[in-house]
Design a protein around this ligand. Structure first.
Ligand code: F6P
Length: 353
């Protein structure tokens, strides 16, 4: 069916009427940037922008040419329209000031231009994550204007560059998925009102960090791995793509839990993922789809940011699983849980003496 489909433009115009009507134009600019990034990512090695630059970003991570290009795409597509007071990005140490020649608006755009970019060289799905806040006044944003809890986001979304490109968006009225029709160049609403299934038998975690996890996470994962023979009484699958966008997308489509929890690998870092442009937008999308998102000890959207690039533990996905793991944290913190016993050292284990 060629006509009568809901395009992203139609959707945002209809869903941002009234208080946030200017945000519709901003979302259309974000979508334009996403199409540019999608075209580049889709060229793979033919793009001429694969490989690393000889620089690291504020996170201490090696910047790739495609990271820089994706960052530029978002800045250029979104700076001119008069909706923004400022932008901030994973790839920039400090917020970006809207150039003199452009009008200022009342929104703030925060993004991770290419999340999971280490995967782009191996042709695995990567994505762009973004978050929008409104400010109550127009004019240039100060750095402190960006430090707002996730509950104040007015929109959040991600684009996933996989076998097809999709944009998944919330403006606070559910989570909706749009698929890029490469022939017409339009994003078409294909997944209205996504709901995260409540029951799940799939978990995602980088288990090479197991020895650094806190006991509640060790307990949860060991119970999943024990499967039918353990307290869960059911077998679980494990997945790890090392691309948060792909992981969250799978969870929105078929349920599951994603964890990048607090660990003691590097005591200076309370988690791996960034609050403002990874955890907050994903938490809003997941909550709007009926799931839950927590640090283990606090709802992610309630975390009061202290720094633009701050890290936070992330546990998100199907509500019942997230709530179970939050309960394990509470039991551990209050001393009410049973001590964790590794299956390797249990009664019938090889290592028991
Ligand atoms: O923050 C970037 C990111 O690539 C996420 O997309 C992903 O979930 C995580 O880091 C992967 O971490 P690791 O390299 O520990 O598997």
């Amino acid at each position: 069916m060629l006509f009568g489909r809901t395009t992203l433009s139609k959707f945002v115009i209809e869903h941002t009427r009234g208080q946030h009507s200017e945000m519709g134009a901003l979302l259309i600019d974000v979508a334009a940037a996403v199409k540019t990034i999608s075209a580049q990512v889709g060229k793979g090695a033919l793009s001429g922008v694969s490989g690393a630059l000889d620089v690291t970003n504020i996170q201490g991570e090696v910047q790739k040419k495609i990271d820089v290009l994706a960052n530029e795409a978002l800045l250029r597509h979104c700076e001119w329209g008069g909706q923004l007071a400022g932008m901030a990005s994973e790839e920039m140490d400090t917020p970006y000031q809207i150039p003199e020649q452009f009008p200022r608006g009342r929104y703030l755009l925060i993004f991770d231009p290419l999340d999971g970019s280490s995967n782009s060289d191996v042709n695995v799905s990567v994505g762009t994550i973004f978050s929008i806040f409104s400010r109550f006044t127009a004019g240039d944003a100060e750095d402190a204007d960006f430090l707002r809890p996730g509950t104040e986001q007015v929109a959040a979304g991600y684009a996933i560059y996989g076998p097809c490109t999709m944009l998944v968006l919330t403006v606070g009225t559910g989570t909706h998925g749009f698929t890029l029709d490469r022939e017409s160049g339009n994003f078409i609403l294909t997944h209205p009102d996504i709901r995260v299934p409540t029951e799940t038998r799939e978990f995602a975690i980088n288990s090479s960090n197991e020895r650094f996890w806190e006991p509640p996470v060790q307990r949860y994962v060991s119970e999943c791995k024990a499967g039918k023979s353990g307290v869960r009484g059911a077998d679980f699958n494990m997945r790890w793509i090392a691309s948060m966008v792909a992981e969250v997308h799978r969870i929105l489509m078929r349920g599951g839990i994603f964890m990048y929890p607090k660990d003691n690998k590097d005591p200076a870092k309370p988690g791996r993922l960034r609050l403002m442009y990874e955890a907050n937008p994903m938490a809003m999308l997941i909550e709007q789809a009926g799931g839950a998102a927590s640090t283990g000890r606090q709802r992610i959207l309630d975390v009061a940011p202290e720094e633009l690039h701050q890290r936070v533990p992330v546990i998100l996905g199907s509500r019942e699983e997230v709530e179970r793991l939050v309960r394990y944290h509470q039991e551990y913190d209050t001393g009410a849980d049973r001590p964790f016993v590794s299956p390797l050292f249990s009664e019938r284990s090889l290592f028991r003496d």
